[in-house]
Design a protein around this ligand. Structure first.
Ligand code: HEM
Length: 562
């Protein structure tokens, strides 16, 4: 029998559908608005969407920061997005981020991420996946152990003194004063690793450039290796070589785990009915977990063995393992600390260097200014070091402007409220997802005149103040690429050091130019259309670039016999 719809059957469907809608309307008249509608009426405004699915089709699987920024132009700096049964509050201005994420951090610092990620991949309470954990004592403990910052402690205390102290529990204040596995001082201990890895990066770029008749290099893999090998050495205390199997396997397990925050899993959160469908997500997650735990477990066991034998060099996990009797964490939890720091720190830092190189190819005059500063402060007989940082303000500005112009995580990691709250007359219930739209803040023309222009100079006052140890106001921060508040990136100090050393050395050695086509015309590098990732990172499309050594002494400086 044919299943094609005849005009007659269409009429019947229409009749049934209109009857259904009429019944719903009637019920609505009798019952009044549903509980959800009453909640929605007190939330910030919604953009237009479709019945039932809301705004899912406009956001999921796309670059959400662009759509959010567009909506903020008509709906204002705070609005709500309807994602099936979920409500996301989107924050688009620095003032609102300060009010909620910083000053009400006790309410706005939790997470609401796919169950499958938390409970299957990371085994719920048995695991310790810091970025995904709900706000609470366990997260505080893990965070304190992995803490990477002290510099921001100063900023934090100054913010505290300007805001309402009673908002902060004593344990939070303690958390920021506690001695942790990786402080700024400890990062100095890792400086030799960062030096070796950055020199290797320069040597690889130099040799790739010299072996190409046109000095054309595909730099992304080389930048990736700089950050991945640095993180492996800092966290696990191992020295890995470019073709090391661990890089490939580490990438594979991270990529697979990322699948679990992909579109199907998000859709299941928006439409819980889908959880009853025969979709094998939990099975898939369990399979990914076996691989992930096997790989990172091996790396962790290696450190533990070296600690027991007394041969472990300085590394984050050595400290974490030493603190095990006091902290009482299990091996799986400690292994998670290592794998999470490793994965969270490698890609983001490499993406920033990739963007810097791609963007500066468009701005030769900025490169010349940067090189002139290096030539004056450092000279041509040595490479820049961490001690030169304060005397290289323009290089610092280039890094700040790169993080503003192309924040690697333009909507950070969504937060969630852990209590009901009222703000500017809105009622925001417990469990609401809160998105910081860093992209909108970074493109606000009031904060950054002509935001589409890459202009390092705009950060000069900020850099001068911080170099003179003056702490600028929160609103004067040059960017929010590391987010802010209690969930602020835990690796800021590490990231800033790896970026400064890598970028200052890179700009001291190479002039960046577009490659040319067969007619000798320059082929500009694409920077306007980032690769569409999993919705959380903003990555340049893979590119080739001409890297011309700055002077005859570069080969000697980078230790190449090429
Ligand atoms: C340029 C480099 C980096 C950028 C742009 C970056 C950015 C971010 C952002 C936006 C967040 C989310 C904050 C929030 O929830 O509001 C975050 C969290 C985090 N980052 Fe980074 N990050 C970078 C480097 C690193 C490094 C080097 C490490 C570790 C060594 C690291 C470890 C983490 C961890 C563990 C979290 C989760 C913190 C928590 O939930 O409490 N990141 N980062």
């Amino acid at each position: 029998m044919s299943t094609a719809l005849t005009p007659h059957s269409v009429d019947s469907y229409l009749l049934v559908a209109s009857g259904f809608i009429a019944a719903l309307l009637l019920r609505r008249l009798v019952d009044g608005p549903s509980a959800q509608e009453r909640i929605d009426a007190n939330l910030p405004a919604f953009p237009p969407g479709l019945p039932f699915i809301g705004n899912v089709h406009q956001v999921a699987g796309r670059r959400p920061e662009l759509q959010f920024t567009e909506w903020s132009k008509t709906l204002g700096p705070i609005f709500t997005v309807k994602m099936g049964v979920k409500r996301w509050i989107v924050l688009n201005s620095i003032d609102i981020v300060k009010d909620l994420i910083v000053d009400r951090g006790n309410i706005y610092s939790s997470r609401d991420l796919p169950e499958v990620l938390l409970n299957v991949l990371f085994r719920g309470d048995m695991g310790a996946p810091m970025p995904f954990m709900s706000y609470g004592d366990r997260w505080r403990q893990i965070r304190r152990i992995g803490e990477f910052r002290t510099q921001h402690f100063v900023l934090f205390i100054q913010q505290l003194s300007r805001s309402n102290l009673s908002e902060y529990s004593p344990s939070v204040i303690l958390m920021h004063t506690a001695h942790s596995a990786l402080t700024k001082a400890k990062i100095n201990n890792y400086q030799p690793i960062i030096d070796i890895r950055s020199n290797f990066m320069l040597k690889s770029l130099y040799e790739a450039s010299c072996s190409s008749p046109e000095n054309v290099v595909a730099p992304v893999a080389i930048f990736d290796f700089y950050t991945v090998s640095t993180m492996f050495a800092v966290i696990f205390g191992v020295d890995i070589k470019p073709n090391d199997e661990r890089i490939k396997r580490g990438n594979e397990v991270t990529q697979e785990a990322t699948r679990l925050i992909g579109l199907p899993e998000q859709l299941m959160e928006f439409f819980p009915l889908l959880k009853n469908m025969p979709i094998k997500t939990a099975k898939l997650a369990a399979a990914i977990r076996s691989k992930t735990e096997a790989f990172w477990g091996e790396q962790y066991a290696g450190v533990k063995k070296r600690v027991q034998e007394g041969t472990a060099g300085e590394c984050v996990l050595r400290e974490v393992i030493a603190a095990q009797p006091k902290e009482r964490l299990g091996d799986l939890q400690q292994s998670h600390i290592g794998s999470i720091l490793n994965s969270a720190g490698s890609e983001t830092t490499s993406i920033t260097i990739q963007w810097m190189c791609a963007i500066l190819a468009h701005y030769p005059e900025i490169q010349e200014k940067a090189f002139a500063e290096i030539e004056q402060v450092v000279g041509l007989d040595r490479l820049p070091t961490e001690n030169d940082e304060e005397n290289l303000p323009y290089i610092q500005c280039i890094i700040l402007e790169t993080l503003r112009y192309r924040a690697p995580a333009p909507v950070a990691i969504p937060h969630a409220t852990s209590k009901d709250d009222t703000y500017r007359g809105y009622f925001i219930p417990k469990g609401t997802t809160v998105v910081i739209n860093i992209h909108a803040i970074h493109n606000d023309p009031k904060r950054y005149p002509n935001p589409k222009l890459f202009n390092p100079e705009r950060h000069m006052n900020y850099v001068r103040s911080t170099n003179n140890k003056i702490t600028p106001e929160f609103s004067e921060r040059p960017h929010l690429a590391f987010s802010t508040g209690r969930r602020v990136c835990v690796g800021i100090n590490m990231a800033e050091r790896v970026l400064f050393i890598g970028i200052a050395k890179f700009l001291s050695c190479f002039r960046i130019q577009f490659p040319t086509d067969e007619f000798g015309s320059p082929v500009p590098i694409e920077i306007e259309k980032p690769k569409v990732g999993n919705g959380t990172t903003c990555i340049p499309r893979p590119y080739e670039v001409k890297l011309v050594p700055r002077h005859n002494g570069v080969g000697k400086l980078v230790g190449s016999e090429f």
